[in-house]
Design a protein around this ligand. Structure first.
Ligand code: AMP
Ligand code: MG
Length: 414
């Protein structure tokens, strides 16, 4: 166990690993049966098995004619049309069978009838009365998905631990599940600290600013499948801080902002230490966000992880994504999602200083063949406008200071 006075400054990679490893030790919240659409963004607490074969019948994937492929090798060839099948055809309609020299008109999504083993696209057939002339050969199985080819009845189509996204919703719907078991949203207490802060429904004095971090954090928390619980702003005063901090520790995770730098009134670490906190790191060699703190407090049989995020708004946002997110993921029942890194070409050259891994607010644009990125001009990590113009961060390794126009560079999406 370390105390706040011990400085634990980690590299970005070490700190991320620390958060991921800690996440691996956490128990997820309890499962709750939830309406399908309310479960979007939460994590499946059960496997979703196929209730029948997918597809349940051999499915035509094109409009055209169901044929015996063996009949349609030498073309053109003339076949006799013996029926017509649409998607949702009745059992009587689909009881038709295709004999040698025969075909059945068929629509996308209809069951391929007995005897047929391929579908000729309508583009390669000309109908004249009951005769159909096919002008292109087909292979057995062409334009048909065999029953059970996508999933056999009983196999798991979406495993537990998956965050429910639109495709998982489609599967839940397809297997007839209006409700699914997902982990309860972890409750994340948010405590902003600072004498200069006023809440957003009050007029700020000349030297005061509105508390924006609690709200940006709540947005990030809710987006990540958590339930944000905003505590009142804490003054930079140890007793008040300890009191509100104590309330925050009842949550599944406590996020503090501000008060973790080296200033005279940066009391967060000190107060946490007085509550017996264990610190995993007390700083990370990144910019923005260097003073970020991560640890846990054991109180009355309950262990609560906490992060002390730097108060500068962009630092708060970045450190949430880099370090809080994996812990929130684990509490919510999923393995930490990897950070979404990608590459793009620099639109303009830029220079920075070495020593820290930097996450610079940036704008990704361009095309799929030529993604381009440029740094957003900013006044430093307090610049909210820069943050809101950005749609990614440029990631600068600690040993680089100059970048050329058109150089490929790493970006972090959000
Ligand atoms: P601190 O980390 O407490 O030293 O604060 C760093 C900077 O972030 C200062 O300029 C603060 O005024 C600002 N700041 C701290 N907390 C918040 C907040 N909740 N909302 C907006 N700005 C904040
Ligand atoms: Mg402060």
């Amino acid at each position: 166990m370390s105390t706040a006075t011990q400085n634990k400054l980690l590299s970005f990679a070490e700190a991320r690993l620390t958060a991921e490893k800690y996440a691996g030790s956490l128990a997820a919240t309890d499962p709750e049966l939830t309406n399908l659409l309310d479960a979007v963004g939460l994590v499946l607490a059960e496997d979703l098995p196929a209730d029948r074969d997918f597809p349940p019948f051999p499915r035509a994937t094109r409009d055209g004619y169901a044929v015996r492929a063996a009949d349609v090798q030498a073309v053109p060839v003339q076949l006799s049309n013996v029926g017509s099948l649409k998607a949702g055809a009745s059992m009587e309609e689909s009881a038709v069978s295709v004999g040698a020299g025969e075909c059945v008109e068929i629509m996308t999504g209809a069951p391929v009838p007995a005897g047929a083993d391929a579908v000729v696209m309508v583009e390669y057939a000309q109908a004249s009365g009951h005769k159909v002339t096919v002008t292109r050969a087909v292979k057995p199985g062409e334009n048909v998905v065999a029953a059970g080819a996508e999933a056999r009845q009983g196999i798991v189509m979406v495993p537990r631990g998956t965050r429910v996204h639109h495709a998982a919703v489609a599967i839940a719907a397809a297997v007839g599940r209006p409700e699914i078991a997902v982990h309860r949203r972890p409750r994340i207490a948010i405590l902003a600290t600072g004498d200069e802060l006023v809440d957003i429904n009050l007029p700020p004095g000349p030297n005061e600013i509105r508390n924006s971090n609690s709200y940006s954090l709540a947005a990030q928390v809710n987006n990540a499948g958590g339930e944000a619980m905003l505590l009142p702003v804490a003054r930079d005063e140890a007793n008040e801080l300890a009191l509100l901090l104590g309330r925050g520790l009842n949550a599944d995770l406590l996020l503090l902002t501000g008060g973790v730098s080296m200033g005279k009134y940066d009391l967060v670490e000190e107060v946490l230490a007085s509550l017996g906190a264990e610190f995993f790191f007390t700083g990370v060699a990144i910019q923005p966000g260097k003073p970020v703190v991560f640890g846990q407090v054991k109180l009355g049989g309950k262990t609560t992880p906490f992060f002390g995020l730097p108060g500068n708004p962009v630092s708060t946002m970045v450190t949430f994504q880099l370090f809080v997110r994996p812990v929130l993921d684990a509490l919510g029942g999923s393995a930490p999602a990897p950070l979404p890194f990608a590459q793009a070409k620099l639109k303009e050259p830029f220079a920075t200083k070495t020593g820290l891994t930097r996450f610079l607010p940036a704008r990704l644009s361009g095309t799929h063949e030529d993604p381009e990125v440029e740094v957003v001009r900013w006044q430093g990590s307090g610049d909210l406008m820069a943050a809101s113009r950005a749609n990614c961060y440029i990631v600068v390794p600690p040993d680089r200071e100059k970048f050329e126009k058109r150089e490929a560079i790493s970006i972090l999406l959000f």
